[in-house]
Design a protein around this ligand. Structure first.
Ligand code: NDP
Length: 326
C-alpha cells in the first residue's frame, strides 16, 4: 500500500456525500463509502438504476436535490452525458464550499462542464472497473487510484482527494494513491485506447494469416487461447520484463533482443503524434463532432468489423469453443 503520508486522518469527517449515477462505478463506490461509515445518498432519475440503489438501502434523490444535499458530489455518470447533465441539473444546484469529484479527467480537461469558481474540483480516478472496486473492497484488498486537483477553493482540495481515494478503497493492501492531474489522467486514459492493444492484435492476426496461418491458429496464438490474460496477470504481479523469466529462452531472445527492431522509430513517432492529438484537443474535437453527427463513423466501423474475414473466423472459432456473447 502506498499513500501520501502528509494527509491526516479524519479529513472527511462530518461531510456527506452524494453519488450521482448508480452504474458500474456509482454502485461500487457508494457501497464502499457507506461501508466506511460515511453518510451517502444517491442522485439519479427514477428508473431501474434508482430502484437498484433503493434496494441496496440508499436514499435516492433527483440529481439537483442530491447535489444540494451533499458536501461532496461524486460524479459517476458516463463522460458523454456529463456536459448535458451539468448544464441541466448540477451546475445551478452547486453552492460555495462544496467539492465536486470526477472519476475521469476528460470533461474538465476539455472545458466541457461549467463549474463555479468557489468549489473544489478534484479527480479521484480508480484504475479498476466498478466490479473490481467492490469485490476487492469486500475481500479487504485495495486498487490504484489517481488523484488530482483542478480547483482548490477551500485550500483542502488535495487532502480531500487523497482521503476520498483512500476510503473508496485505495488505502488497503494492494492499493495506492498516486498524485496526478486531470490532464495527465486524460492523456493516460486516451493514449492507452488509441495506441493500444486491440489494433496491434488485429494487425498481428492479419499479418499471420497473410503469411499462410489459418485464421483459427492465428487468433488462438494472438489472443484467443487465454495465454495473453495470464501474461497480463504476470506483468501486473512481476513486472513487464521480469515476467519474461516465465517464458522459454527462445522467447526471451525474441522479445528482448530480436523483437526490438520491429518497434522502430516510426512506431514511436506515430505514438508521439497520438499524444499530440490528445494534448492539443484534436481527438476531443473529432469525438465531439462524431457525437453530434450521430456516431456515423463508429457505426460504420462496427459494420465493417462484423463483415471482416477475421471477425467471421473468430465468431466460428468461438462458437465451436462454446464462447461468445458480450
Ligand atoms: P455507467 O454507464 O455505469 O453509468 C450509469 C449511470 O449513469 C446510471 O446511474 C445512469 O442512470 C446514469 N446516467 C446515464 N445517462 C444519464 C443521463 N443522460 N442523465 C443522468 N444520468 C445518466 O458509468 P460508469 O460507472 O462506467 O462511469 C462513470 C464514471 O466513472 C465516468 O466518468 C467514467 O469515465 C469513470 N470510470 C469508469 C470506469 C468503469 O469501470 N466503467 C473505470 C474508471 C473510471 P439513468 O440511465 O437512470 O439516467
Amino acid at each position: 500500500m502506498w499513500l501520501p503520508r502528509d494527509v491526516p486522518d479524519g479529513v472527511l469527517t462530518g461531510m456527506s456525500i452524494s453519488v450521482i449515477g448508480y452504474g458500474n462505478q456509482g454502485r461500487a463506490q457508494a457501497l464502499n463509502l457507506r461501508d466506511r461509515g460515511l453518510p451517502v445518498q444517491v442522485g439519479n432519475i427514477d428508473d431501474e438504476y434508482a430502484a437498484s440503489a433503493r434496494a441496496d438501502g440508499f436514499r435516492v434523490l433527483r440529481i439537483p436535490e442530491a447535489v444540494e444535499a451533499a458536501d461532496i458530489v461524486v460524479v459517476l455518470i458516463p463522460d458523454e452525458v456529463q456536459p448535458h447533465v451539468f448544464r441541466s441539473s448540477i451546475s445551478n444546484a452547486l453552492r460555495p464550499g462544496q467539492v465536486v469529484s470526477f472519476a475521469s479527467g476528460y470533461n474538465v480537461t476539455y472545458g466541457r462542464v461549467p463549474i463555479r469558481e468557489d468549489v473544489d474540483v478534484i479527480l479521484v480516478a480508480p484504475r479498476m472497473i466498478g466490479r473490481g472496486v467492490r469485490e476487492l473492497f469486500l475481500s479487504n484488498r485495495g486498487f490504484p487510484m489517481l488523484v488530482g486537483v483542478e480547483q482548490d477553493a477551500s485550500g483542502e482540495a488535495r487532502a480531500r482527494a487523497v482521503s476520498l481515494a483512500g476510503v473508496v478503497g485505495a488505502d488497503r493492501e494492494g492499493g495506492c494513491v498516486l498524485e496526478s492531474s486531470f490532464k495527465e489522467e486524460t492523456l493516460l486514459d486516451l493514449f492507452s485506447e488509441h495506441a493500444g492493444l486491440i489494433q496491434l492484435l488485429k494487425t498481428s492476426c492479419e499479418v499471420l494469416i497473410e503469411a499462410g496461418c489459418s485464421p483459427e491458429a492465428a487468433i488462438l496464438e494472438t489472443y484467443g487461447s487465454g495465454e495473453l490474460g495470464e501474461i497480463a496477470h504476470a506483468i501486473a504481479d512481476l513486472g513487464l520484463v521480469n515476467q519474461l523469466r516465465l517464458h522459454s529462452t527462445t522467447s526471451q531472445f525474441g522479445q528482448l533482443v530480436w523483437g526490438r527492431r520491429w518497434i522502430a522509430t516510426e512506431t514511436r513517432d506515430l505514438m508521439r503524434r497520438a499524444v499530440a492529438s490528445i494534448q492539443d484537443g484534436t481527438f476531443a474535437r473529432a469525438w465531439h463532432a462524431e457525437e453530434q453527427a450521430g456516431l456515423v463513423q463508429l457505426h460504420a466501423a462496427w459494420r465493417q468489423q462484423e463483415m471482416a474475414p477475421l471477425f467471421l473466423a473468430e465468431a466460428r472459432l468461438y462458437e465451436a469453443l462454446g464462447r461468445g456473447g458480450e
